[in-house]
Each structure stands twice: as structure tokens, then as C-alpha cells.
Design a protein around this ligand. Structure first.
Ligand SMILES: Nc1ncnc2c1ncn2[C@@H]1O[C@H](COP(=O)(O)OP(=O)(O)O)[C@@H](O)[C@H]1O
Ligand SMILES: [Mg+2]
Length: 268
């Protein structure tokens, strides 16, 4: 096995990156792909979401070691993996990750050594998984450069609101100029995944149209994510997946289809 490493990213917060990462990996795991989610955000939203998902089955769980403590102690990251569900693992994060940029500055003199650090660090994990997802905070920074550099593919999450298209353009330009041109990263853009603001809203239609003109129809995911109230409830309750519950079924169906499209785009 050699994992494909992906991230759902944008440098805007609150656009659905974390929920999408959790639900796509959860549904890939259900399809029998081995998945690891690495929480790369000191806010630890995906750690909290996935630990709640696990505790729905296993009771309360606590974290022994965070990503930052493992990096400080130069541990093999396999040592801090937590199993969440069948085929789904997590490397947890916590607020101590806020020192990570300083850790990089203190550990290396050269820019390229800083940027490539995390890529080397996760290399041993690749043999254990089909997919590794890195859930990043919404910034353009050295911190995220180290995550993006480790990725094979980036899915740009585009919330179809005014001004978000310009944000996506800036983000893609940044990836091209900084990561690909300057640091020779292998990273590629798998596509742009729209998160719609409302069913049939005119602003969604208009932004989608402009996005097609700007990036080309082939680069936009066929599958779009709509706003579903059940996803908000999952912040509190973890991922719920009751086959008898219509809302759980709807949410998991949408993300299973996004997962399928990720696979078919990777195979293109
Ligand atoms: N498709 C969706 N429908 C409804 N609510 C969503 C959807 N995606 C995300 N949310 C909610 O929006 C908020 C921000 O989402 P999150 O995934 O944390 O975004 P980000 O990681 O980009 O900051 C959360 O409360 C989440 O539950
Ligand atoms: Mg997030």
C-alpha cells in the first residue's frame, strides 16, 4: 500500500473543510479503504469530531499524546495513532500545536528544510493506508506549507458566496507560485469542490458559472455539497450514521458520492 495524501483546503475559515474531511474519510473507510486523518489545526476541530464519533461506540476516550508532543520527542507518528472506526484512524491535535511554527524555525536554518519536514515525518505512515487526509487551518503560512508539501493532491473547497471565488483564485495562485514553482512540491490540484449556500440560490448559480469560466468545467467537481442541518449537529454529537434516520442517510450518501469522485479523479 502507498497512501495518497490529500487535503481539503482554502485559506478561508468556516467553509466546511473539516466536516468534509471527516465525512469523506468516514465514508471511504466504510468502502473498505484504509484511511488516516491527521489533525493539523491547533483548534483540534476534527480531533473533537472524530473522538465523539468513536465515543458513540466505545465510551469516553482521552488523548495520551498530541501531534506536537510526538514531533518534539521525535517519535514515530504511528505511536500516536488512535483508531476511530473500522479502517479509520486519527492523529490528534491540541492547542500545544501553536508552537509548531517556532519549532520549525528553531529546528532548521534553511527554508526548504522547514517546508519539507512534515513530508519526511509522515513517509513511514504511507505503507499502512490507502488515504491520508491532513485537516489544515485556514491560513497561508509556513505551518500549512509543510502540510501542502506533504500532499499529493489538494481539493480546493469553494463556498459559493460572494468574494469566495477571488479567495480560491488567490489560493491556487499561491500553491502554484510558492509550493510548486519555488519549492518543487509534487502537489497537484485534484479539483474544486463547491459547497452551496442554499438550494437553488442565485448566488450559488452565479459563482458556479464564474468558477467554470475561470477554472474550466473539468476542474470543478460534478458532485456538489449542499447545506445540511444534520452536519451542524455532528459538531456536537460526532458523525451519526443510523440507516433508519433519513438525515443521516442523506449526509452520508452525499459524502460517499464525493468520496467516489475523489477516487475517480485520482484514477484519471
Ligand atoms: N454542508 C454543510 N451543511 C451545513 N453545515 C455545514 C456544512 N459543512 C460544514 N458545516 C458547518 O459549518 C461550520 C464550519 O464548518 P467546518 O467544517 O468546521 O469549516 P472549516 O474547517 O472550513 O472552518 C461547522 O459548524 C459545520 O458543522
Ligand atoms: Mg477546520
Amino acid at each position: 500500500m502507498t497512501a495518497k495524501i490529500l487535503t481539503f483546503a482554502n485559506f478561508k475559515g468556516g467553509v466546511g473543510k473539516t466536516s468534509t474531511t471527516a465525512l469523506v474519510s468516514y465514508n471511504l473507510a466504510k468502502m473498505d479503504y484504509k484511511c488516516l486523518v491527521i489533525d493539523f489545526d491547533a483548534q483540534a476541530n476534527i480531533t473533537s469530531l472524530l473522538l465523539k464519533t468513536k465515543s458513540n461506540n466505545d465510551g469516553i476516550i482521552t488523548i495520551d499524546k498530541t501531534l506536537m508532543s510526538a514531533l518534539n520527542e521525535n517519535l514515530n507518528l504511528k505511536k500516536i495513532v488512535i483508531n476511530i472506526a473500522t479502517n479509520l484512524d486519527l492523529i490528534p491535535n491540541a492547542v500545544d500545536f501553536s508552537v509548531y511554527p517556532r519549532f520549525l524555525e528553531n529546528s532548521f536554518d534553511n527554508e526548504i528544510d522547514k517546508v519539507t519536514f512534515f513530508d519526511k515525518k509522515i513517509a513511514p505512515l504511507k505503507e499502512d493506508y490507502d488515504f491520508i487526509f491532513i485537516d489544515v487551518p485556514p491560513t497561508l503560512s509556513l505551518l500549512n506549507d509543510t502540510a501542502f508539501y506533504a500532499c499529493d493532491q489538494i481539493v480546493v473547497v469553494l463556498q459559493t458566496q460572494e468574494r469566495s471565488l477571488a479567495g480560491a483564485e488567490v489560493f491556487i495562485q499561491y500553491l502554484q507560485e510558492t509550493l510548486i514553482n519555488e519549492f518543487q512540491s509534487r502537489v497537484d490540484i485534484l479539483g474544486i469542490l463547491p459547497v452551496l449556500s442554499k438550494k437553488g440560490a442565485r448566488v450559488d448559480e452565479e459563482i458556479l458559472k464564474s468558477a467554470i469560466e475561470e477554472f474550466g468545467e473539468d476542474n470543478i467537481f460534478d458532485k456538489k455539497i449542499s447545506i445540511m442541518e444534520r452536519i451542524k449537529r455532528m459538531d456536537m454529537q460526532g458523525i451519526t450514521d443510523d440507516p433508519k434516520d433519513m438525515h443521516d442517510r442523506n449526509v452520508n450518501k452525499v459524502f460517499a458520492e464525493v468520496a467516489q469522485e475523489v477516487i475517480s479523479r485520482l484514477n484519471k
